[in-house]
Design a protein. Structure first.
Lengths: 315, 334
C-alpha cells in the first residue's frame, strides 16, 4: 500500500465512499484510490494510490469538484509536406507546452450512492506549439506557431476492479496556425483556422510496482466533421481551390484527416506525480492534387496534480 | 485480455497508417534531368498561362530533357542557365528562378516597346517635391497636382493621401505617374485607387488554377473597387501615366483606374503581369515563381498582355516629357 499522505495531512476513508475519485479520469481516477481531504487541504495525487483507513478521521462529505490537471512540456520532431509549396519534405523540430484537465461531471459523494460511480466525465485541453522546419535542400525554411484547444465528454467502461478502463466520446477542437516562409516571394506569412468535431477514445491500465504504482494510458482522437478556413487563400502558398471566395470550407474525412494519439505513463517520483510519454499528431488536408501533410512526434514530460473547486462556495 | 490485444492491434494499425507519406514527395536531387523534368511539370500543371503564351510546351519538354541529359551533374551554373532559358520562352516577368547564386529574369516582354520614361525629363516637373509615405508629390504650374509612385511595395496611409489632397486643394486636376513602377503589393493598388471612386464598382475578375490541366480554373470571381480604404475623395480630373514598365500590381492599378470617375490613362501600353504569382521548389531546392491566378478587366478580357492607354503618347522630345505635357493639356481642356 502506498500512502501519499503529506505531513500534517490526514488521509481517510469515509465508510466505503471514494472521495477523490473522478469518474473516468485519466490520471487521478484509480478506482482503488481513496484520497481524502482535510479541511480544504488537498492530498497530492498518487496514481493508483490506496489510502489507509483512519478511523479517527472524518471526511468532508462534499469537497466540491475535483479536477486533475496535467501541465506538459513537449519537445520533438516534425515533418511537413506541402505539395503546393514544394515537392520537398520539410523536416524540423518543435517545442510546445500544453495543459489538460479532467473532471467528473458530478463529484458529490452523496450522489455516488455508496460507491456507485458516475461514468461520464469531461476533459479540456490547451496546447501551443512552435515549429521550425527546413527543406531537404536546406535552401528554405518555415516557422509556424500553432495554438489549439478543445473540450470533450466521454463515457468510461471499467474492468478488473477498474484497473483497466476504456473511454469513448465526442471532442470539439479548434486550432489556429500562423506560418512564415523565409523564402517566398508572394506570401511570406499565412495562417489558417480549423474547427472539428472529433471522436475521442482511450484506454488506461493501472498496475503496481515494487515501490509505487503506475498507469499506462493510450488515447486517440480523430476528426469527423468540421471546417477549415484560409483567409485570402489566393495569396497563400497553399491554395484551397474548393474554398471559393475565402469562405470556410466544410471538412471531413474526404478532404481532411487528423489523428492525434499519445502513449503515456504516469508514475510517482520525488513526492510528485509525473507523466512521461510520446505524442504523435498526423494532419493531412487539401484537395485532390494538393496536400498539406504534417507529422509531429513529441516526447512529453508532464506534472500532474489535483485540485478541487468547492461547490456552492461564496466568492 | 483478448480485448486488450485488439486494442493494441488497432493502435499499431493507426501508427502505420499515419506514418505513410504522400507519393508527391520528392527526394533532394541535383540531377539535371530530374530538375528539368520537375520544372517542366510545375509549369505544365500549375502555371496559368501555358496556352496563352503561344509556345508549344510539349515540344519544349523533349528539347530540354535532351539538353539536360548531356550536362555534367555537378555543374549548377549550367543547370541554372538551362532552366532559366526554358522559363524565358514564356516571356513572362512573373516567371523567375531563384537560387542562392542567381535569379533569372526575362526582358523580352518590354524590349520591343518604347521606354516612355526619362528621369531627367521627369525632374523638370518633379521639383520641390514632398514625400508622403511612398508617394512623391508637387504641383505643376501651381494648378496641377503631380504624384510619382515608383513602387507598389512602398506603403502609404490614408493620412498621407489626406495631406496630399490638401496640398492640391486649388488644383484643376491630378496626375498620377506610375511609369517604371514594377509593381508590388496588390493591396496598395486598391488603396491608391480608392479616393477616385464613389461606389464599389466591378473593375475585373480573376480565376484560380484548380487542377493540373491547362484549362482547370475556378469560375470567374468579381473584383470590386473599395471606397472604404481611403476616406478622402478626389472628384476632379485625374490622369494616370503608364509605360511598358508599369507591371504587375501597377498593371492592376491602371486597370482599376479605367473604371474610376473622371480618370484617363495616358502614355504607353502597360507591361501586363496580370497573373498573381506563386512559388514552388525544385528537387534541388531552387525556387521557381510563376503566375497561378488569371486576372481580367471588367469586360472579362485578360490583362496579362498589358492595358492600352485611353490616349497613346510616345516620348520623342529631348527637352520635355511628352506624356506629362499631354496630361497637363488634357486636364486644362477637360
Amino acid at each position: 500500500m502506498q500512502v501519499a499522505e503529506s505531513e500534517g495531512m490526514q488521509v481517510v476513508e469515509n465508510e466505503g465512499m471514494q472521495v477523490a475519485e473522478s469518474v473516468g479520469m485519466q490520471v487521478a481516477e484509480s478506482e482503488a484510490m481513496q484520497v481524502v481531504e482535510n479541511e480544504g487541504m488537498q492530498v497530492a495525487d498518487s496514481v493508483g494510490m490506496q489510502v489507509e483507513e483512519n478511523e479517527g478521521m472524518q471526511v468532508a462529505e462534499n469537497e466540491g469538484l475535483e479536477h486533475t490537471n496535467v501541465l506538459k512540456v513537449k519537445v520533438g520532431w516534425s515533418y511537413q509536406l506541402d505539395t503546393y509549396l514544394s515537392p520537398l519534405a520539410y523536416p524540423g523540430m518543435q517545442i510546445g507546452i500544453g495543459n489538460e484537465w479532467w473532471q467528473g461531471f458530478r463529484q458529490d459523494t452523496r450522489l455516488g450512492k455508496q460507491g456507485k460511480l458516475v461514468n461520464w466525465a469531461h476533459v479540456g485541453r490547451v496546447d501551443v506549439h512552435g515549429f521550425r522546419n527546413i527543406n531537404s535542400a536546406r535552401s528554405n525554411m518555415t516557422y509556424a506557431v500553432e495554438a489549439s484547444g478543445g473540450w470533450g465528454a466521454f463515457y468510461c467502461w471499467r474492468w478488473f476492479d477498474s484497473s483497466l478502463k476504456v473511454w469513448l466520446g465526442p471532442y470539439l477542437e479548434g486550432s489556429f496556425t500562423a506560418r512564415e516562409l523565409a523564402s517566398n516571394v508572394n506570401k511570406p506569412v499565412s495562417f489558417d483556422i480549423s474547427a472539428d468535431v472529433m471522436a475521442m477514445s482511450g484506454i488506461s491500465w493501472s498496475f503496481y510496482g515494487k515501490k509505487t504504482s503506475y498507469r499506462l494510458n493510450y488515447q486517440i482522437r480523430t476528426n469527423l466533421i468540421g471546417f477549415d478556413f484560409l483567409p485570402d487563400y489566393w495569396e497563400s502558398y497553399y491554395e484551397l481551390s474548393e474554398g471559393v471566395g475565402g469562405m470556410p470550407r466544410c471538412s471531413g474525412h474526404w478532404n481532411h484527416h487528423s489523428i492525434k494519439h499519445e502513449l503515456t505513463m504516469d508514475f510517482q517520483f520525488v513526492h510528485s506525480t509525473w507523466r512521461l510519454g510520446v505524442e504523435h499528431d498526423y494532419l493531412n488536408y487539401g484537395t485532390e492534387n494538393m496536400h498539406f501533410i504534417r507529422n509531429q512526434v513529441n516526447l512529453v514530460v508532464g506534472c500532474i496534480w489535483n485540485y478541487r473547486i468547492k461547490a456552492n462556495s461564496r466568492l | 485480455m483478448k480485448r486488450l490485444k485488439h486494442i493494441i492491434c488497432f493502435v499499431a494499425c493507426v501508427a502505420m497508417l499515419t506514418g505513410c507519406h504522400s507519393r508527391e514527395e520528392m527526394a533532394y536531387s541535383m540531377d539535371p534531368v530530374e530538375n528539368v523534368e520537375a520544372l517542366w511539370q510545375i509549369i505544365d500543371t500549375k502555371y496559368c498561362y501555358v496556352e496563352e503564351k503561344g509556345v508549344d510546351w510539349d515540344a519544349i519538354h523533349g528539347v530540354y530533357l535532351t539538353k539536360a541529359a548531356t550536362m555534367a551533374k555537378d555543374d549548377q551554373l549550367a543547370l541554372f542557365d538551362l532552366c532559366a532559358e526554358m522559363l524565358n520562352l514564356l516571356q513572362d516577368g512573373h516567371v523567375n528562378l531563384y537560387s542562392a547564386f542567381d535569379r533569372s529574369y526575362c526582358t523580352s516582354w518590354y524590349d520591343s516597346y518604347p521606354t516612355n520614361f526619362d528621369s531627367r525629363l521627369q525632374g523638370l516637373y518633379l521639383k520641390d517635391y514632398r514625400i508622403a509615405g511612398g508617394l512623391y508629390y508637387c504641383t505643376i504650374n501651381d494648378s496641377i497636382g503631380y504624384i510619382y509612385y515608383s513602387s507598389f511595395s512602398s506603403s502609404f496611409s490614408a493620412s498621407n493621401i489626406y495631406w496630399i489632397f490638401t496640398a492640391f486643394k486649388d488644383c484643376k486636376g491630378l496626375i498620377i505617374d506610375v511609369r517604371n513602377n514594377g509593381g508590388g503589393d496588390l493591396t496598395n493598388s486598391y488603396k491608391l485607387s480608392s479616393p477616385f471612386f464613389t461606389e464599389n464598382r466591378v473593375v475585373g475578375y480573376w480565376q484560380h488554377k484548380t487542377g493540373p490541366g491547362h484549362h482547370d480554373f475556378s469560375k470567374m470571381e468579381e473584383l470590386r473597387s473599395d471606397t472604404s480604404l481611403i476616406a478622402s475623395r478626389w472628384r476632379r480630373p485625374v490622369v494616370v501615366l503608364s509605360n511598358r514598365h508599369s507591371y504587375s500590381a501597377t498593371n492592376t492599378f491602371i486597370n482599376i483606374m479605367r473604371y474610376a470617375d473622371n480618370a484617363k490613362i495616358v502614355g504607353g501600353t502597360s507591361g501586363g503581369g496580370g497573373g498573381m504569382p506563386l512559388s514552388y521548389e525544385l528537387p534541388c531546392g531552387w525556387m521557381v515563381r510563376f503566375s497561378s491566378v488569371r486576372m481580367y478587366d471588367a469586360e472579362q478580357k485578360d490583362i496579362e498582355q498589358g492595358i492600352e492607354p485611353d490616349v497613346a503618347v510616345e516620348m520623342k522630345s529631348q527637352d520635355k516629357d511628352d506624356i506629362i505635357e499631354k496630361a497637363i493639356e488634357m486636364i486644362y481642356n477637360w
